[in-house]
Design a binder for this molecule. Structure first.
Ligand code: ADP
Length: 201
């Protein structure tokens, strides 16, 4: 029963580490961005409603996002744990999530923050953009997204730090190294993947 959040700037390898965590802990990776994109692709009523907002890169209103997460956490596979990715993103969502979990007699176990030097991440994303022929993804645009991330998430990070939930992990280095650091940070808080969890994942 492990309830985790993961936060990290674009390019810090959050997707890779999330996939590993869901496997190690046998918990679903719940990404609000992925859920919105799937709804848009399938043209569900929710997808139709949020398409313009998501396309513009703006935040979907909290009421919609909160309702979405609430129903997702009600699903069977999330009953005994989850990894939330991309949510909460606002202080209102932080408060909502806390209430929601409290109502189920649950609480978060830890918030993993992947920390990465901005220059390093920008260089990494820039390299990837060139390799993938996305030269339009300029250094300036990449840097801007990093700044937006830092500005928007820092109040959330502060809240979780105050609550003693934050596990700060250096996101630079190779994938296994970062995974090991995450495992160490969680273990220091008494959070371990059991044999059963690993088998279920
Ligand atoms: P990124 O592409 O920055 O990693 P995501 O994939 O997490 O972002 O989300 C894509 C889009 O989905 C966001 O730009 C936003 O429109 C919407 N979205 C995702 N999560 C949230 C959230 N917690 N609150 C509001 N909007 C969200």
């Amino acid at each position: 029963m492990t309830r985790l959040l993961i936060v990290g700037p674009p390019g810090a390898g959050k997707g890779t580490q999330s996939a590993r965590l869901t496997e190690t802990f046998g918990i679903p990776d719940i990404s609000t961005g992925d859920i919105f994109r799937a709804n848009i692709r399938e043209q569900t009523p929710l997808g139709v409603q949020v398409k313009a907002i998501v396309d513009a890169g703006d935040y979907v209103p909290d009421t919609l996002t909160n309702a979405l997460v609430s129903s997702r956490l009600d699903e069977e596979d999330a009953r005994d744990g989850f990894l939330l990715d991309g949510y909460p993103r606002t202080l209102e969502q932080v408060a909502y999530l806390e209430q929601l979990l409290a109502g189920k007699g649950q609480a978060l176990d830890a918030v993993i923050q992947l920390v990465a030097d901005q220059d390093e991440v920008v260089a990494r994303l820039r390299k990837r953009a060139i390799e993938q022929g996305r030269a339009d993804d300029t250094e300036e645009a990449i840097r801007h997204r990093q700044e937006v991330y830092a500005r928007e998430t820092s109040p959330l990070i502060a809240v979780y730090r105050d609550r003693g939930l934050l596990v700060e992990v250096d996101g630079l280095g190779d994938i296994d190294e970062v995974s090991d650091r995450i495992a160490e940070g969680l273990a220091a808080r008494g959070i371990f993947a059991t044999q059963d969890d690993a088998a279920a994942g």
